[in-house]
Design a protein around this ligand. Structure first.
Ligand code: FDA
Length: 305
């Protein structure tokens, strides 16, 4: 049943019509639990609150189905505005973005042009940028672009997904770049040809990746809500005497907020991924796919109104 619901919500997340409708009618159906608002001003207020509780942030301007050069340029403009807001408001925040939003599916020239505009603004304002990882079909290209930009800018990192068979090799290949990596389980619907279909195998690979990356002395963001993985990381860093400024935990805004505060109080670096913008639908559907309890929460919200 859980698998079926996951497939259903991941299928819905790719629906262009619903994406357009959602954009038009605003944040609804409990999406504001996971999305910090539609404007940068709303997001800034959320970030200030999180910062005041000892949590750092990475902010993401949401955007799905970017098909034209104009849309890609606007997405990049909005990411630059977010960078400027971070500096102006003195926020403890980095920036996250998706290459498809910057024009990855349109042309290499466009995505690189937009990324360099963003990276120049980020460098000037001392903001770190993480390139999120999207579905398998974009993985190779994303890594190529990351490598190119990493040779030009020091303040850039990316994401590797534990569910992909290829990730172990990617981690080894990237080691020459001493990259700052966010390690995640993976959020997209992938076939058994490219990704571990069984959760235990994903978790096993995840632990292996965390250990390898930390052992290599590279900055590691362990982005999960899974206590088993969190406890594994805590034990590993303690045994290997790895300094706390070499790793951090990351979680999504609105998910396990109490646990986020606990980890911060225990003295761990804890970063919250804060998405905002009108294009919330696809992101919201992926969160529903991850956890049936989130669906119950949404249904309660709908029937309460
Ligand atoms: P999983 O979904 O296996 O959950 C494990 C356990 O965590 C659950 O059994 C439960 O105990 C607990 N849990 C989970 N959700 C909970 C909730 N709402 N309340 C209480 N307990 C809960 N993916 C991707 O493909 N590309 C990317 O770039 C990113 N970026 C990213 C950034 C950040 C900061 C995070 C946290 C995640 C991502 N992801 C991502 C998403 C990631 O790949 C994955 O889909 C989700 O994090 C869900 O997987 P978990 O590791 O949390 O474990």
């Amino acid at each position: 049943m859980e698998k079926l619901m996951r497939t259903f919500f991941l299928f819905l997340s790719k629906n262009r019509f619903l994406t357009r409708m959602a954009k038009k009618y605003g944040l609804h159906f409990g999406a504001s639990k996971f999305v910090a608002g539609e404007t940068i001003e709303e997001a800034v207020n959320v970030i200030k609150d999180l910062n005041s509780k000892g949590l750092t942030v990475t902010i993401d301007y949401l955007g799905e189905f970017v098909d034209t050069e104009k849309e890609a340029n606007e997405m990049a403009d909005n990411s630059i505005k977010a960078i400027q807001a971070i500096r102006k408001e003195g926020l403890h925040s980095q920036l996250s973005l998706k290459l498809t939003s910057m024009g990855l599916d349109i042309s290499d020239k466009l995505v690189l042009h937009n990324m360099r505009r963003i990276m120049n603004a980020a460098l000037e304002n001392n903001v770190f940028v993480t390139i999120d990882m999207e579905d398998y079909s974009r993985c190779e290209k994303t890594l190529q672009i990351f490598k190119l930009l990493k040779s030009e800018y020091k303040n850039i990192g990316t994401v590797l997904q534990a569910y992909l068979y290829r990730t172990e090799q990617d981690l080894n290949d990237l080691d020459d770049y001493s990259p700052n990596l966010r390690l995640v389980k993976g959020a997209y619907k992938e076939s058994a040809e490219v990704a571990y279909p069984v959760k235990e195998d994903v978790d096993g690979n995840y632990k292996k990746l965390i250990a390898t990356h930390l052992f290599n002395g590279n900055f590691t963001a362990v982005a999960t809500h899974d206590d088993t993985i969190i406890e594994y990381t805590k034990q590993f860093v303690s045994e290997q005497q790895i300094e706390r400024d070499l790793f951090e935990f990351q979680m999504l805004y609105g998910i396990r907020s109490e646990r986020q505060l606990e980890l911060a109080k225990e003295g761990y670096n804890m970063r919250v991924y804060v998405p905002y913008g009108t294009d919330w639908y696809g992101y919201f559907m992926r969160r529903l796919a991850e956890r049936p309890a989130n669906v119950a929460f949404v249904l309660k919200g709908i029937f309460k109104k």
